[in-house]
Design a protein around this ligand. Sequence first.
Ligand SMILES: Nc1ncnc2c1ncn2[C@@H]1O[C@H](COP(=O)(O)OP(=O)(O)OP(=O)(O)O)[C@@H](O)[C@H]1O
Ligand SMILES: [Mg+2]
Length: 465
Amino acid sequence: MIYFTLFVLIISISFSLFFRWTTFINVVKQMMHSIEDHVYVYQLFKVPELNENLQENQFYRKVSTYVNSLSSSIEDSDFTNLFSSEGKDIILYLDDNQIVHDTFLGARISWKYQVLVEDDYQKKKTFVLKMKKRDKRRILQSYLQHIDTVSDEIEERCRRELKLFINTESHQHRRWRSTPLAHPATLNTIVMDSDLKIRIMSDLESFLESKEYYHRLGRVWKRSYLLYGPSGTGKSSFVAAMAKSLNYDVYDVDLSNVSDDSDLKMLLVQTRRKSLIVVEDLDRFLNDSSSSSVSLSGLLNFMDGIVSSCSGDEKIMVFTMNYKELIDPPVLRPGRVDVHIYFPLCDFNMFLTLADTYLGVKDHKMFPHVEETFEITGATLSPAEIAELMVMNRSSPSRAFKSVMTALQINKVAASSKLQGRWIGDSSDQSESSSGILNWKDVSSPAIKEIRKFYGVLSAKIGDT
Ligand SMILES: Nc1ncnc2c1ncn2[C@@H]1O[C@H](COP(=O)(O)OP(=O)(O)OP(=O)(O)O)[C@@H](O)[C@H]1O
Ligand SMILES: [Mg+2]
């Protein structure tokens, strides 16, 4: 063996006349390693991505994070994937069948990434750890602990970029696909009662600190929130704002993409810690069960979070709907849904906050008129509708406020004339909106004439002030 090693070294040295010094060193290293491979007895450990129940192997994720952080070793592999996202550095990812080396407490370790494509075209991904048998007893436990710690630190750093997970077609093993959570809403940009905002966030915080308490009571460590209210009142925006405030990912469950009750359970099991599990427009499913293949009892079990309880991690669920009046009360009973939060249409106070946020106007001579209009008409516009009028008229706050008052009046007249239609901020109907005025479902109606008359009077009144 020694003669063989010497022979190889001599050959290598002569080749070094033709290679650059660094290349020469690498070649020698590789040779030494392959010689070592023949001399020592190795032990292999497989870390598959999914277990036999097709659940995500949490340790695989940690290994993947850890191995892909060994960038200098990845650079040395024959094939490397290079990725970047907007404004970010280029990241290296190990390719199929490539090996990276690591050292720990003086022991040399290698990782191989393997991807097998099965008959049904599903990819079976595995990391294979290789270490000398004689090192195993000395370092294995502490090396695995090291991977756990390092990957946690990396994930914590990466958590700054939150993810939105969406469930894919049910025939795929890996059901969740992620994309960066790009929703711009934050708790500061959501216009709602500030006390309510604070109460919700402190409820969440106290829940997250209560692991022991739930455990003692024998309850699943879970808290569910129902956000309900008319369309465009900020429910979906609030979900994004909650996630950002907690630094949690969002799992958005699309019930129409779930094949049956066990598929729904599987989706829940495959969610990770520190995430919000969200079902939007729950009322649509409850009012029209044909919109999904999930049964009502499957959905109730999902809401109760029983399957997730085996992980012992916290679960925060958020459901949104427009109207809860027609929902069967047991579906929303305490324990199943813990906190009900109503998102109302926009009143004068919310209007003031929107004017500040969207137009930068804190005070305006028209505000008393707007307030008076709100008093007469009540709140009939959603924050989304008012926000849209402000965006359309952002170059002229006066025009924006007039548009809001006119829209409120239209809805008031429509209600008193028992008309079907109401003013809606539908940007697809550009009939009048391009001039920053209004959209109206029934433009030929007598109510509109009445509004125009009112609008003329109002303009004159404002002009006088
Ligand atoms: N309370 C609010 N504060 C600030 N902006 C709001 C608010 N409500 C709505 N908006 C604006 O309207 C848009 C639509 O809001 P969002 O999608 O959150 O409403 P929603 O209640 O989820 O409606 P839907 O019931 O139709 O799903 C948001 O992007 C945001 O710009
Ligand atoms: Mg929504």
